[in-house]
Design a protein around this ligand. Structure first.
Ligand code: G
Ligand code: G
Ligand code: MN
Ligand code: NA
Length: 255
């Protein structure tokens, strides 16, 4: 079965795709602030296929649009369950690929998801990458403004790896910047990577954005990120992507 046909079937039977959630914690208090939803795909042989393998196929075939819709609605359904249970709601961050962002009526879909699940809009965060501004920057900025007007949070994912135009960084209606894990990983060994991380934090703060460091794996990185004033941490040191139940337990009994 090709990945494409397998994905078509997965969209029909609704039990093969699932989300894991990776914590984002406040660097100072250790409190859980947000969780990034990460897509996974159960295989018939019991293994799990990771998105790095099937998202590219989904993007080439256009299947990313219905798959992305499923991810968005599932994340909102999870928030609704937590709200129903009276839990303090972290934000849930959802990855939005460029083809999904550019798809027709994307903003209406987000509005519909918020309405159907009746969740506070700022509890939903959309992770966009710089690639959305490559094709038509002005229309991407307008679309982002429409999304922001719904009250959702917007994060710029993988920052520093794409076409980081500083003028667009200042014009984008975003709430936070996620420092790509490649910089975080090298930051403790490579002076240039350290300088880049420090500069991204300073620049982002001066523009009024929160900074999330991705891929934090050890204490040396944590100390460096504290020294440069980073706000939130995400990475294996804090927690691996985990099941909905596992992150729920975390919400109920904070560290
Ligand atoms: O979880 P993992 O490290 O394997 O994720 C690999 C990549 O897949 C990451 O870049 C992540 O942004 C992307 N990804 C994970 N879930 C989704 C999703 O729901 N939609 C999109 N478009 N990308 C996702
Ligand atoms: O591109 P995006 O930022 O959405 O990618 C998120 C991916 O990064 C997830 O698939 C997750 O599995 C992976 N990830 C999260 N934390 C770490 C980490 O500490 N180290 C490494 N190597 N990968 C991580
Ligand atoms: Mn991401
Ligand atoms: Na990222």
């Amino acid at each position: 079965l090709s990945i494409e046909n397998g994905l078509r079937r997965a969209l029909e039977n609704e039990s093969e795709l699932f989300l894991e959630f990776q914590p984002q914690v406040d660097l100072v208090s250790g409190q859980l602030i947000a969780a990034e939803a990460l897509l996974r795909w159960h295989q018939a042989d019991g293994t799990v296929m990771m998105p790095g393998r099937f998202i590219p196929v989904a993007e080439e075939t256009g299947l990313i649009v219905p798959i992305g819709k499923w991810v968005l609605l599932s994340a909102c359904a999870t928030l609704a369950r937590w709200q129903e249970a009276g839990l303090p709601l972290p934000r849930i961050a959802v990855n939005i690929g460029a083809p999904q962002f550019e798809s027709r009526d994307f903003c209406d879909l987000v509005a519909e998801a918020l309405r159907v699940y009746n969740i506070p809009p700022d509890r939903l965060e959309l992770e966009l990458t710089e690639s959305i501004i490559v094709r038509d920057a002005e229309s991407a900025l307008r679309e982002m403004a429409r999304l922001k007007a719904l009250g959702v949070s917007i994060a710029l994912d993988d920052f520093g790896t794409g076409y980081s135009s500083l003028s667009y960084l200042s014009r984008m209606p975003i709430d936070s910047v996620k420092v790509d894990r490649a910089f975080v990983m090298r930051s403790t060994e490579d002076r240039n990577a350290h300088t880049i991380v420090r500069s991204i934090v300073a620049l982002s703060h001066s523009l009024g954005y929160t900074v999330v460091a991705e891929g934090v794996e050890n204490l040396a990185q944590l100390r460096l990120l504290r020294a440069v004033g980073c706000d939130l941490l995400q990475g294996f040191l804090l927690g691996r992507p985990m099941s909905e139940r596992a992150i729920e337990a975390w919400i109920m009994s904070p560290m």
